[in-house]
Design a protein around this ligand. Structure first.
Ligand SMILES: [Zn+2]
Length: 536
């Protein structure tokens, strides 16, 4: 049999002894070669045939193998897998010419083991019986032949019909609950769906406007077209499923472990603790204000700026803002998939290359690459917003919260009101100015330790808050003396060259906005570097 399998280009799956299920991830897309399968079998392991690989599938009769054979007599000429303690069972290996039939099971009648599945062909069954084979050729059939066999045996269509086994009674309440959960998850990832349609006797199906699984495929930036749409299904008993008709996405789902719904939740950034997402979004709003107020010339490393000055302020600001849009949609500040195409579209840039250059200028101080031990080829590069900036935003939020609590009765405030107060509290705006500029507010070791201790006490008291990470405060600890920042230095340089100057003249010289100049002046005044006359 090994020769015929080798010639047929079979792919194999390594399975523990006496088991029928592989225990490693990604077996659906990583067929093992014959030599490795041989070695594994020689060591006592079981070996499966990977369904669909090079057109090879298994037709599995787990009862009444004779009926299957009667319905498709050509199977008597192909390799048969069997064991002696189960004479009415058999698996036949078949090569499919052209399109593959779907993988599908009709319990007690027949199972088609094609893409995404495997069937044990070598080893020992759980019962202790050896798995044997006979035959030395593999016949070729078509998907149409398999569909005809399926129709003969089950009286149903193989195409899109659901598994026939044990359909539970419709449970309207469970369906409603699950539809609610689906809506929450889709909302978390801002994934748009068309209206729910009735599906299979009491269930519901919704097609997704854009396929979210694409981002986990080998071509994360290329949507697929006519080949099919992604969908979410709520079965009649409330079970939720998700998938896509595109083969590319099916690969990605299989590689993730096989559950489209699990992958969809991950892509949507859905976590049951919705408070975390709400909190992350408040932080995003803080950061958005900071991006709008900050002169990026002071942040972008000078080596990444042009020789003739900082000429990419608008582009960099737009990309920084687009990254916050993505963070808002995901409800998180880390593990953000930043595709150049997405950034280009969101920031309204001319090319993906422009987005790539801007992302490079933001790298290191605004976003950092998310540390991963191993990134698979089909996974997008992930980024975190710089923890130092996030820590400062946390501080600003905390202070805003304190300001709000002391100013008003908070019991009746909804989230929208809270957000408005965060944005307008004078303490916040003042504090942000300090916390977010390159010259961060210094924090002493003692102050930090006191904060860590206080947070620990809250955790021990059972509060659901996160421990303070010392590393996030490194920059703050280091900021013993606030640095002036490049913008201030440029201004002083201009003043030194020109002598005293009017605002209008400085704006022209420095190529900054009036508000940027005001900020530079007030910082320089704070530092005792210049004297400002309010009327000039
Ligand atoms: Zn898809």
């Amino acid at each position: 049999m090994s020769t015929v399998l080798q010639e047929a280009g079979a792919g194999f799956v390594l399975i523990p002894p006496r088991s029928k299920a592989p225990t490693y991830k990604g077996w659906q897309r990583n067929p093992k070669p014959l030599a490795e399968a041989f070695q594994h079998a020689a060591n006592g392991g079981n070996v499966g045939l990977l369904g669909g690989h090079n057109g090879l599938i298994l037709l599995d009769a787990d009862a009444h193998a004779d009926k299957v054979l009667a319905a498709e007599p050509r199977l008597s000429r192909t390799v048969r897998i069997f064991r002696r303690n189960a004479p009415d069972r058999a698996k036949w290996i078949v090569r499919i010419a052209g399109e593959l039939p779907p993988s599908k099971k009709a319990h007690g009648i027949i199972e088609v083991l094609a893409t995404g599945t495997q069937g044990v062909i070598v080893g020992v069954h759980d019962s202790g019986a050896a798995i044997e084979y006979d035959g030395d050729t593999i016949i070729t059939l078509t998907a149409t032949d398999v569909a005809a066999l399926w129709r003969t045996l089950t009286g149903e269509e193989l195409g899109r019909t659901r598994r026939r086994d044990d359909a539970p009674p419709p449970d309207a309440e469970a369906v409603q609950r699950s539809m609610g959960l689906v809506a929450t998850v889709l909302e978390a990832g801002t994934i748009k769906a068309d209206a729910w349609q009735p599906y299979d006797n009491g269930g519901r199906l919704a097609e997704l406007t854009h396929c979210p699984f694409v981002e986990r495929t080998a071509e994360p930036n290329r949507q697929h077209g006519a080949e099919g749409k992604a969908f979410v299904i709520v079965h009649a008993d409330g079970r939720i499923g998700a998938g896509c008709h595109s083969a590319r996405c099916q690969h990605a789902i299989a590689a993730h472990g096989g559950s489209g719904w699990a992958l969809l939740k991950e892509i949507a950034g859905y976590k049951p603790h919705t408070d975390d997402m709400a909190h992350a979004r408040l932080l995003v709003e803080q950061l958005r204000g900071w991006v709008r107020r900050t002169d990026l010339a002071e942040q972008v490393p000078i080596v990444k700026q042009s020789d003739t000055g900082y000429r990419t302020r608008d582009t960099d600001t737009a990309v920084a803002d687009a990254i916050l849009d993505i963070a808002h949609e995901r409800g998180r500040l880390e593990r953000l998939p930043l595709s150049l195409r997405d950034l280009r579209a969101r920031a309204g840039l001319g090319s993906a290359n422009t987005a790539a250059c801007a992302l490079d200028r933001l790298l290191g101080w605004y976003v950092v690459k998310h540390p991963v031990s191993e990134r698979k080829a089909w996974e997008a590069e992930l980024y975190d917003l710089n923890p130092a900036i996030v820590a400062a935003a946390e501080d600003a939020l905390q202070l805003a919260y304190i300001a709000r609590s002391s100013a008003t009765d908070t019991r009746f405030l909804d989230q929208a009101n809270q957000r408005a107060i965060y944005a307008t509290a004078p303490l916040v705006t003042h504090r942000q100015h300090d916390a977010f500029t390159a010259s961060m507010t210094p924090i002493t070791e003692e102050e930090l330790q006191a904060r860590i201790d206080a947070r620990k006490a809250r955790i021990e008291a059972g509060e659901d808050v996160r421990p303070i990470e010392r590393s996030r405060y490194r920059r703050r600890l280091a900021a013993i003396l606030p640095s002036a920042g490049r913008g201030v230095l440029r201004m002083i340089d201009a003043l030194a060259t020109e002598g005293s100057s009017t605002k209008a003249k400085l704006i022209d010289l420095l190529n900054v906005s009036p508000s940027s100049l005001s900020r530079l002046v007030s910082r320089a005044v704070d530092l005792g570097l210049v004297e400002a006359d309010r009327h000039t």
